[in-house]
Design a protein around this ligand. Structure first.
Ligand code: ZN
Length: 230
């Protein structure tokens, strides 16, 4: 498995598209290697009585693959935990550490664990576990002797970007890739299929225009950015 500069750790299929698709598309155009890690199978993301959870999981994997292909994401890894099941456990943390040590990204993008009040538990847990996996568990030599034995050496991630942050400190220009973000989101038919395409695009445009306020560019994705210097 080849190293990748960017790893995106997403709780459900579609969260990465809402959070970082415009930026990911720009990075891909710049030649960066991007890997998606999809933590849950999203099998509870419907209000359709006729849908079976296992069918939904299958559909959402296909939707996620289509979106990733469109954005230029190199690889998608599905951890396939059930939707609404993520917990801050040693096992889940180690799963993320292992992937960090395999792909050795400079940047990791995930959900902000510190968003206040109404916030999906899977999002909060994914952000928290990823942050802990980056620092100190992936970095430290003696964290997992068995991973070292497998040849998975410690790795220092340089930068974390959290989407949906209450305290935004970094805005990324997506003006030129906004159309790809919209198209990638439309791949998630099971989630956004009920919204007429022009309405979805208008809603997104408005949202990303607001996020670009104060910047010289028109449309932005916004993050809390943490540089890891230790
Ligand atoms: Zn989600």
């Amino acid at each position: 498995m080849k190293p990748a500069q960017v790893m995106v750790v997403t709780p459900h299929p579609d969260d990465a598209e809402f959070g970082v698709a415009g930026t990911a598309a720009r990075w891909a155009q710049e030649g960066k290697q991007i890997v998606y890690v999809v933590c849950t199978n999203g099998d509870k993301g419907t209000s359709d009585n006729n849908m079976k959870p296992e069918d939904l999981a299958r559909i959402r994997e296909k939707e996620q693959m289509a979106a990733a292909r469109l954005l230029g994401v190199r690889e998608v890894i599905f951890l396939r935990h059930p939707d609404q099941s993520l917990e801050d456990t040693a096992e889940f943390r180690k799963e993320i550490v292992r992937l960090i040590r395999v792909y050795r990204p400079e940047t990791i993008v995930t959900a902000d664990p510190y968003r206040r009040y109404v916030w999906h538990r899977d999002h909060r847990i994914t952000g928290q576990v990823t942050l802990d996996a980056v620092f100190p568990y992936a970095r430290d030599l003696f964290s997992y002797p068995d991973l070292i034995e497998e040849g998975l050496q410690p790795h220092k991630v340089r930068e974390l970007l959290f989407w949906a942050a209450d305290d935004v400190n970094y805005r990324s220009n997506i003006t030129d890739t906004f159309h790809l973000k919209v198209a990638a989101l439309r791949c998630h038919e099971s989630q956004v299929g009920h919204i007429p395409p022009p309405q979805l695009e208008e809603w997104l445009r408005e949202r990303h225009r607001e996020l670009a306020e104060g910047e010289e560019f028109q449309l932005a994705e916004a993050f809390h950015r943490v540089e890891i210097t230790r």
